[in-house]
Structure formats: structure tokens, C-alpha cells
Design a protein around this ligand. Structure first.
Ligand code: PLP
Length: 354
């Protein structure tokens, strides 16, 4: 029986994608070869890479607007340092909204001054700071759109004349935004897009070439742009599966359709969290993430009963991250509404049982 998968990753994809992806391991498009054994320089794989790049830009509404899409390796964590390596000359501004922002700040400090413009650490990152200013002498502003661990999401991005850099690892392709406001977007594939192993970087080319340091080839966006993400062997399978997911998103109606379903799922679970006296939400209401709903029991003595209920019902991955405790329902694009209904039913069942 297929489980209801609320895990924070990696990676939650539609069944159709898993089926096509597994067939390609045995025989890629009738070629008699596995996707894992074809050359990454073969026309067959080059066209996979090109389609993945093109679909990423198309879905974000960034085609023909001076952006390049890259599929790199090293996860979003490598982007923490690559961003600073390529863009930080003297000073950068960072908004600190959680564990991932904190890690990005740590790496950036190796390259220059970091102005932490605001932080929500005072309340264990359960909200998004709203009032802050970006210093005039900052080379760029960095933020994390969705805080996977704490379940908060930035709804309004600041208007700034500085290059806007955003870690969208856990909500890429989940909601409509004016993506042309951003100069650099990065996202580890492994939530909404594909298996772990590749990272999407969407970059406006004109922000490059402004730092004086020498940048090692593998760390340089310019290198990867000039070689179309083929400077070194790309993560062939992860890029292929990402391409299949991007096709699936497009066929379903694009980001708009994803957002509509994601909003329905989020409304369903948050309504129950707010109604049911046995639960309380962790994140500030106005900052709640539709991707990761974090909540706790109001009385921890019910933990054993609730845990047994959801585990017996075939629900996977509902445990909260250790820094928040309680529960976290990660509801990425591919999670069906019925799975969320199942958890809501179980929350109501707990209420009946005690
Ligand atoms: N940024 C965010 C928002 C994340 O959720 C994660 C991982 O969950 C990361 C960065 C780190 O990504 P990676 O493991 O690909 O380095």
C-alpha cells in the first residue's frame, strides 16, 4: 500500500513521474540503454538538459528575460557559499529566518561583511520579520522564501534596488510570484522537483562579473553558464527526473494550478489545527507556510495515542524537526488533497478517543 507521505524530503513526486523514471532506468526511450549508462554528452541527454532548463524558465515566466537556468551539484548548501563567492565584494545583507538562513550567513561571512538586517531567532523563528532596511552599500540581499523546519513563508518580498537572491529550496514551483523581481534563485531539487543530487540555479547574467576575487572554476556561475551546466558530469538521473516533474507541472496547468491545490491543502490542515483544542500551530498565522505546517499537541500526554493513530493509518513522516518538536506536515506539490484529509480525520479521531 502506498503511504501518505508527509516527509519534508527527499523527495515527493507524482506516481506518474516515478513510473516513467523507473522505466528509463531499464530502457531510456527505447534506446536499449539505461538513462544511467548513456553519455551525458549524447544528443539524447543534451536534449533532456535543454528541456529541463527551458521548462524551468518557462514555468517561472523568465524566458527571454536575461536569465539562465543551471543544474548544479552540491545541494543548496553549496549555493550558500557560491552566492557569496560570486557576488560579495564588500558587504551583503541577509534576512535570518531560520536554520538555512543562518547557515547561508555563516558561509557568506567567509567572503566579507554580512549585515543581518533582521532575525526571528528571538521566538525560535516562528515568524518572518517585516520591518528592516537594506543598507545602501550592500552588494545584494539574501533571503529564504520558505523555512522548511519552522513552517514559515515570506509572503511579501522587499522592493530593493540591490540584487535579490533567494533560497527557494522548499517552495519552488509551488506558488505564483513575480519571479523577475529576483536576480538569483536557487533550490535543491529534492522537495518539489526531483531526487537529491541536483540544484536548480536561475540567475540573471548581468549580476555577474562585479567581484574582484579569482573564483575557482567549479564555484563560478560564469563557468557553468558558458558550458550550459556541462562543465563537469551533471547529475544525469536527477536532472532527468526533474525534467519529468517540470513536464508534469506544465501539463497540470503550471504553477498556478500547483498553488490552487497547495492552498486547498493548507486551508484544510490549518483550519483543523485552529479548531481542534488538542493542537496548536507553531508559526505565526500570517506567516504560515502552505508547504510545511508545523504544530504541537496542547497536552503531550496524548503523543503515544496520536502517533499510533497516524502510523497505523499509513501516514509517513509526520514527526516535527527536533528544533520545533511536535509535528510537521510537509505538503509538497505532489501530495494529494486526500492525504491531508486523512491527517485531519486522524486529528478528529484523537479528539473522539480521549
Ligand atoms: N535551504 C532550504 C530552505 C532547505 O529546506 C534545505 C534542505 O532541506 C537546504 C537549504 C539545504 O539543502 P541541501 O541539503 O540540498 O544542501
Amino acid at each position: 500500500m502506498k503511504k501518505h507521505n508527509f516527509s519534508a524530503g527527499p523527495c515527493i513526486l507524482p506516481q506518474e513521474v516515478f513510473k516513467e523514471a523507473s522505466q528509463a532506468i531499464l530502457d531510456f526511450n527505447g534506446s536499449g540503454l539505461s538513462i544511467l549508462e548513456i553519455s551525458h554528452r549524447s544528443p539524447a541527454f543534451v536534449s533532456v538538459m535543454e528541456e529541463a532548463q527551458s521548462l524551468a524558465l518557462e514555468l517561472l515566466g523568465l524566458k527571454d528575460k536575461g536569465y539562465k537556468a543551471l543544474f548544479l551539484q552540491g545541494g543548496a548548501s553549496t549555493q550558500f557559499l557560491m552566492v557569496a563567492y560570486n557576488l560579495l565584494e564588500k558587504k551583503a545583507a541577509y534576512l535570518n529566518t531560520g536554520t538555512w538562513s543562518t547557515k547561508a550567513i555563516k558561509e557568506a561571512r567567509l567572503f566579507g561583511d554580512v549585515a543581518e538586517v533582521a532575525s526571528s531567532k528571538d521566538k525560535n523563528f516562528n515568524y518572518i520579520p517585516k520591518s528592516f532596511s537594506i543598507p545602501d552599500d550592500a552588494d545584494y540581499f539574501h533571503c529564504t522564501s520558505n523555512n522548511t523546519i519552522f513552517g514559515t513563508q515570506i509572503k511579501e518580498f522587499p522592493s530593493t534596488s540591490k540584487p535579490l537572491v533567494c533560497d527557494m529550496s522548499s517552495d519552488i514551483f509551488s506558488r505564483e510570484l513575480d519571479f523577475s523581481k529576483f536576480d538569483l534563485i536557487y533550490a535543491g531539487a529534492q522537495k518539489n522537483m526531483g531526487p537529491a543530487g541536483t540544484t536548480l540555479v536561475v540567475i540573471k547574467e548581468d549580476i555577474l562579473g562585479k567581484v574582484s576575487r579569482e573564483i575557482p572554476s567549479m564555484m563560478s556561475y560564469a563557468t557553468h553558464i558558458s558550458k550550459d551546466s556541462m562543465f563537469n558530469t551533471p547529475a544525469v538521473y536527477a536532472v532527468y527526473v526533474s525534467m519529468l516533474t517540470l513536464r508534469w507541472i506544465k501539463a497540470k496547468g503550471g504553477i498556478k494550478a500547483m498553488e490552487e491545490l497547495n492552498n486547498r491543502k493548507a486551508e484544510l490542515i490549518y483550519a483543523e489545527i485552529d479548531r481542534n483544542p488538542l493542537f496548536k500551530g507553531f508559526a505565526a498565522k500570517e506567516d504560515r507556510s502552505p508547504m510545511n505546517a508545523t504544530f504541537n499537541l496542547t497536552d503531550e500526554s496524548h503523543k503515544e495515542t496520536f502517533d499510533k493513530l497516524w502510523k497505523d493509518a499509513g501516514v509517513n513522516g509526520l514527526n516535527g524537526h527536533r528544533s520545533v518538536g511536535g509535528y510537521r506536515a510537509s505538503m509538497y506539490n505532489a501530495l494529494p488533497l486526500e492525504s491531508v484529509q486523512m491527517v485531519v480525520d486522524l486529528m478528529q479521531e484523537l479528539e473522539r478517543q480521549i
